[in-house]
Design a protein around this ligand. Sequence first.
Ligand SMILES: [Zn+2]
Length: 115
Amino acid sequence: MSSRRGNEAEAVIFKDGVYVRGVSAELVLGLSALDSAHRELTGEAVTVTSVSDGRHGNKSLHYSGRGADVRTRHLSAEERQAFFAKASDYLPEDFDLVAESDHFHLEFDPRGRLP
Ligand SMILES: [Zn+2]
């Protein structure tokens, strides 16, 4: 695997140009869970490809700092599956993880539990 800074990184890697303004504390915890799962499987940090930048659906939680995408296109189908399972296992409650074609979408969505 040929991640740019992979093995030396000590934290989640952000792709150049990723805009993190307004990112929620909860989302950071979720990304940390994904990073742990990714490291256990690949030995490398997870790469965040989008937070509050880019184009997403109208009501996307990306815009409120509660949604992020992480790269999966470097993984085989089996690795993706293993990453999804482990990441889902590690995520705290109220996170949704969605497998898209070349990335996983993560969002913190407490669904009506907030006032
Ligand atoms: Zn997304």
